[in-house]
Design a protein around this ligand. Structure first.
Ligand SMILES: Nc1ncnc2c1ncn2[C@@H]1O[C@H](COP(=O)(O)OP(=O)(O)OP(=O)(O)O)[C@@H](O)[C@H]1O
Ligand SMILES: [Mg+2]
Length: 353
């Protein structure tokens, strides 16, 4: 690497011309018979977050490794922050940051030493490496723990140190490979806040995740990948809309009326309205609808039958439902939740029998 390039460096803004910080075309990486990445096309607009969503083994980490020069793709082309990943690996490495799925910090070194070392590896001067290490520790609320060995950090602290490490060189493009897997909800929220802040500061982010909620929280655009291929892409709302209908939720003023409302809807046999269900925990009736006319018909009927309504709302399908509709497979999260519900029902059946 050429030295001295980091003195007073500001964020790189080199783009590929079309305003994309990342452009991937026909990228392929096979491991023997395993088609880990099997012809992927992706664009990430500068200053935005692309969520790459996929189940275990979909090829997310392999994709990130190809885009960060850790693996050489078998075929295809990728340009990141203006650099071809195969032809300009050294220049590219100075413009990207990577937070891997597996923590990359040295456990024996302190948090500060880890960051200083990474700064030096990135060719920062001693002075610059010191000030970047201090600044990043401060930013990720690790200043107090700066002198302790990273091996003694909690999971959340290590993840924050990892994020800090990926930010040392002020990267134009950041890869976050499942940045919150295994974190508790509070720490997950902290990481989300940091990602939002990085984007506000101008970074472009490619984020892989298995969590629908994470994608929904952070991503501007989504690419759903499965078995090495992009199977759907678009804005979160677009993907949800693709799956079809909405759910109308009607909340009666008296929660005791839920079953009577479901009965009234079933009896009325409104055009295209079927399968209304009562959600007793939520205190609402859920009605699948496909049009505004149906919404009006349902609310009109309930009013005509004398039900007092406290609220109505409509919801697009959740990303879990989107994934199921696209891949025919549930995500591991949703499958776990189903198993939990089944167990609960079995217990309930046991009690009532
Ligand atoms: N170095 C390797 N050698 C052989 N096979 C590999 C290698 N790396 C990944 N694979 C295989 O490639 C496929 C994609 O793996 P990858 O790690 O990219 O998936 P992933 O989407 O990151 O999954 P996860 O959500 O579990 O992290 C898997 O079948 C995996 O076993
Ligand atoms: Mg992975």
């Amino acid at each position: 690497m050429a030295s001295g390039t980091f003195e007073g460096m500001t964020r790189q803004t080199i783009t590929t011309g079309g305003g994309n910080a990342v452009e991937v075309r026909g990228l392929v990486k096979h491991f023997g018979a395993v088609k880990a990445v099997d012809g992927v096309d992706l664009d990430v607009r500068e200053g935005t977050v692309l969520g790459v969503l996929g189940p275990n083994g979909a090829g997310k980490t392999t994709l990130v490794r190809c885009l960060s020069t850790l693996l050489v793709p078998d075929a295809g082309r990728a340009v990141v922050a203006g650099c071809d990943v195969v032809r300009q690996p050294r220049a590219l490495r100075r413009r990207i940051g990577l937070t891997g799925q597996y923590a990359s910090v040295d456990e024996k070194l302190s948090g500060w030493e880890n960051l200083y070392m990474i700064g030096r590896l990135l060719d920062l001067s001693r002075k610059e490496a010191r000030s970047r290490a201090d600044a990043m520790l401060e930013r990720f609320s690790l200043t107090e723990a700066a002198g302790r060995p990273a091996g003694k950090y909690s999971g959340g602290m290590r993840r924050r140190l990892d994020l800090a490490a990926s930010m040392i060189g002020r990267p134009a493009v950041l890869y976050l490979d499942e940045p919150t897997t295994g974190l508790d909800p509070r720490t997950r929220n902290e990481v989300w806040d940091e990602v939002r802040r990085m984007v506000r500061d101008g970074a472009t982010v490619l984020l892989t995740t298995q969590y629908m909620e994470e994608a929904e929280q952070l991503a501007d655009e989504l690419a759903v990948i499965d078995r090495g291929r992009v199977i759907a892409e678009g804005r979160v709302e677009e993907l949800k809309a693709k799956v079809g209908g909405r759910t109308l939720q009607v909340r009666p003023a008296d929660a005791g009326e839920l079953d009577r409302m479901v009965g009234a809807l079933a009896q009325a046999g409104l055009d295209g309205i079927a399968g209304a269900t009562a959600d007793h925990d939520g205190g609402v009736v859920n009605v699948p609808i496909v049009s505004d006319e149906q919404l009006t018909a349902v609310v009109g009927l309930l009013g005509a039958r004398g039900f007092a309504l406290a609220g109505i709302s409509t919801h697009l399908p959740s990303l879990d439902e989107v994934f199921l509709a696209i891949t025919g497979q549930k995500t591991s999260e949703a499958a776990d939740a189903d198993r939990a519900v089944e167990t609960e029902n079995e217990e309930y059946a046991g009690v009532s029998a």
